[in-house]
Each structure stands twice: as structure tokens, then as C-alpha cells.
Design a protein around this ligand. Sequence first.
Ligand SMILES: Cc1cc2nc3c(=O)[nH]c(=O)nc-3n(C[C@H](O)[C@H](O)[C@H](O)COP(=O)(O)OP(=O)(O)OC[C@H]3O[C@@H](n4cnc5c(N)ncnc54)[C@H](O)[C@@H]3O)c2cc1C
Length: 505
Amino acid sequence: MKKKKKVIIIGAGLAGMSAGSYLQMNGFQTEIFEAYSMSGGLCASWKRKDFNVDGCIHFMEGTSPNEVFYPFWNNIIDMKSIDFVYFDSHSVVDDKEGTRIHFYSDIDKLEQEFLTKAPEDKKQIRKFIGLVRKLNKMKLPLDKPFEVMTITDKLKVAYTMFPYLLTMRKYLNITNHEFAGHLKSPALRYAIETAFVGQMPLFYSLMPLVWRNKKDTGYPKGGAALISSMMEKSYTELGGQVHFKSKVNKIITDGKAAKGIELDNGDIHHCDIVINAADGRTAIYELLEGKYKDKHIIERYESNTFKTINKTLYIAIGLNRDFSEVPRKIYFHINKPINVDKLTTMEHLEVTHYCDDPASAPAGKSLLALMPEAKDWEYWYNMRQNDKKKYRVEKKRIADEVIEALEYKFGNIKNNVEMIDVATPATYIRYTNNWTGGQISWLANKETFGKPTTWKIKGLDNFYMTGQWAGTSGGLVNVVMMGNHLTQIICKDEGVRFTDKIQKK
Ligand SMILES: Cc1cc2nc3c(=O)[nH]c(=O)nc-3n(C[C@H](O)[C@H](O)[C@H](O)COP(=O)(O)OP(=O)(O)OC[C@H]3O[C@@H](n4cnc5c(N)ncnc54)[C@H](O)[C@@H]3O)c2cc1C
């Protein structure tokens, strides 16, 4: 490239920092404008009393050097320097009758567990485990995005994926709920219904089992704070610059191409390329005033094909007690349902503890996190806008009822609570401006499977999109990979040979 092209990126979440890092490696001059005072976006943690609340990472994918996702991380941050925890059992589910089912990471142990607890479902179990074993051999061809593939690349993809196509098609058409309905054992049925998202295709629930079995998913000690700070450090060392407290209010265009951005303080910054790595709906309908839409944008934001994922509360509890004897993640039935909002009543709880991470709490104390569903996000959003007192009262009511339920299940809780922190969809909207305040963007379902990533909008040049709203779903590794893929696309458009290596100065 003769003259370095200037690129402005909106949002310093992992998507923005990944795109910025890969573009810096390829000779572009990038700057990120971030509304908040810190980087990381949803990959955030916060300090409350003695505890560091990891408000994001339960599991991080792409941790095995032998697997396809790893390089997307490792080209930016030194993955070997991170101490990952791999859990023998990803989670356990306790049903009403007291039967406990372990979701072991090792596939052979998982099979044995299911067969022991639900022998009447032997046929279904063998089929289910057989699928995981089959998918275990699959190497997803992810090194290039479809948009830059040659005919030879596409043929290679077809060849690699051919043995799995029928399986994928079949299990994209069966939801977890439907699969659970075929099980005779009430305990196994309850475990699948509880630990897997009901309306999601079974195929999407099989893949995490594959990644766990391959040790390609773990928990990084230091959590969200560590990962976000490593991403920011790497980006700035590559020559990128992050402007904090710099909310973008407008994308400037000349009607045909993006030319720059305007901040909420009125400052204008010109550039050659604008990338939106923040909320997609805001970019389309506010920053671009709804003037640029193609059929893919309309399908996402103005039809029923794409649905946002169910929203949750995020309840963090700091205990003056060691909780490490309890499984790391446990789902259990509660006798007294808890009303969250008019669309949601909790009949089970899901508790994760962070005892394996010394950064989460002082020795002898424990950090717990719960993510109960809160489907009516507008209720939480409007209540915080219009009646802050009621909002605080409601958050406390739910936290108190949750603590009662924990007391009933585990004992010795109430007297040891030192910290309670409740985030709602309104919290996530406030800090990250993500539409509907969910954990991720779209619900992955069979209707959205294979839909193209909205990297560009037809009719607007020099404008690109990345991150969880541009793809069909979110997740850390996904948005980090998108930074690499988007850079390949921009390099192709600009006639630059792509590299994913850090250039020596
Ligand atoms: C509770 C919770 C648990 C999760 N658990 C996991 C997990 O265990 N594993 C996993 O892989 N993923 C998990 N995720 C999902 C994952 O965190 C997200 O999918 C991912 O971080 C999205 O990254 P992003 O960069 O696309 O978006 P974001 O993180 O939302 O980043 C967008 C950035 O843009 C900024 N911004 C917004 N509007 C503007 C504007 N107008 N001007 C300037 N800046 C702006 C925001 O402040 C934000 O920093 C979890 C998420 C949550 C909330």
C-alpha cells in the first residue's frame, strides 16, 4: 500500500480490537472510538468489595493449539501465557427427585454417565454420543471467509464438509426440546431440557460437547479482565489507538461512500474506511439514519427470520465461604418458583462458581454467578428509565429470593453473603449499547444457519460491519475470528496481500 489508508472502527469490544489488530498487521492506520471508559464491551468484569465479578466468560473457545480456532486468538495475544482451567465435568443437573447427571467433558465418561443414569435410553444415548464422536473428527474450514475464496478453496470446503452434511442437516432440523422429548428417562430428559437451550437446534449443542472433549474450551484464570486487557495491549502495541468516552453519533457519507464519523460532542473525524463493530441496529437506523438497507439488512432487522437471544439477569454473589466442593456449574430445580418479569418465571437455577480462579475472590471466599432468564427486556429497560427506586427494589427482591433458594439447596449461605450485584438487560444496554441487552446477539436457529455475514451494505462503499450483530451469533472466539476474516475482505478490496503475522518494524 503506497499511502496508509485510515480506518475508523466504532467500538472497542473484542470484535473491534480484533479487526483493528489484524488491519494494523496489514499496514492500515486504525483508530477505535469507544463510547465507554474501558475496552472489552460485553467481555467485562467489575470490582465489588473483595470480589472481581467476571460479567462474561464462563467458557472460552479456541484454547487448543491443535484446533482451528486457536490461531485467531494466538495471532493477537500470547495464548501460551494464559492459564486455562479445564473442567472434568462442565456442569451437573440435579432434578426434583435428587438424581444428578454430570455433563462430563470426556465423551467416554459422558456416555457412561448417561447409560448408568438412564439405561432405558440406551439407543438414543448411543446415537447421541455417536454423533459427538463423528463431529469430533470434523475440522471446520475457517481459515478464509467465503467472500475471498477461490473456486479451489470452495471445492476443498465442499470435500471437507461432505461427510458431515447429512448429519448437520438432520440435527439442524431437530431442536434440543424435540430431542429431549424422545427420551424415556425423566432425569436425562430434565438434564437435556435444562442444560441446553430448548428452541436451539441439537447440532448447536453437540459442538460445545466436541470442543470440551478436545480441550478446546476452558476458563482463562483472570477472566474477562485479562482477555480484554491483553487484546487492548496487543492492539496498541501494533500501533492502533483507542479513544475512550468517544460515542459515535453519526457516520458521515457523501451518499455513496462512508467518509468519517461525528461524535456526540460534535467532533468530526475523516477517514478512508469506517467499520462498525458496535450494535448493528444502532449503526443502520441511527448512525446511518436508515438510509442504507439491502435485502440482507432488511431480513435481519425488519423480518421475523432473525430473533434476538433470550435475555438474562446477571446475579453475582460474594460469599465468605469456600464453595469449591460444589460442582463448578450446577443446575437445580427450585421448589418455590421466582417471578422475574411477566414473561419469565424461574423454576430452576443455574449457578457457576469461580473458585478455580484466585483472581475472583480472596482465599477462603467465593464468587458465584447466576444468569436467570429475563425475557421481558423492555420491562427492565423502562423501569430503570422511569422508576429507579422500583428498579432497585425489584433487583433486591429477586436476589433475596435467589439467596433463599441457595440456602435451601446448599445451606450456610445467608450468613455468609458479603456482596450482591444484580445486572439486568438495562445494565448491558447502558454500558455497551447492545440492542435488547442480551448476552449475545441473534438466536442461532435453523432459519439463520448459513445466512451471509453482513460485512457490507449494498449501496454504501467504504463501510464494513463486524462483531456479533453482523454474524449469525456471538461468542468471543467468533467475533475475534471475524476480525481476521473482515481484514481478509478489506485486503482483497484494497489489493493488499493479507498477512496474519505481526510485521517487524
Ligand atoms: C453475561 C454474558 C456472558 C457471556 N458468556 C460468554 C462466554 O462464556 N463465552 C463466550 O464466548 N461469550 C460469552 N458472551 C458473549 C460475548 O461476550 C459477546 O458475544 C462478545 O463479547 C461480543 O463482542 P462484540 O465486540 O461483537 O460486541 P460488544 O462487546 O458489545 O462491543 C461493542 C463495543 O462498542 C461500543 N459502542 C457501542 N455503541 C457505540 C457508539 N455509538 N460509539 C462508540 N462505541 C460504541 C460498546 O461500548 C462496546 O464496547 C457472554 C456475554 C455476556 C453479556
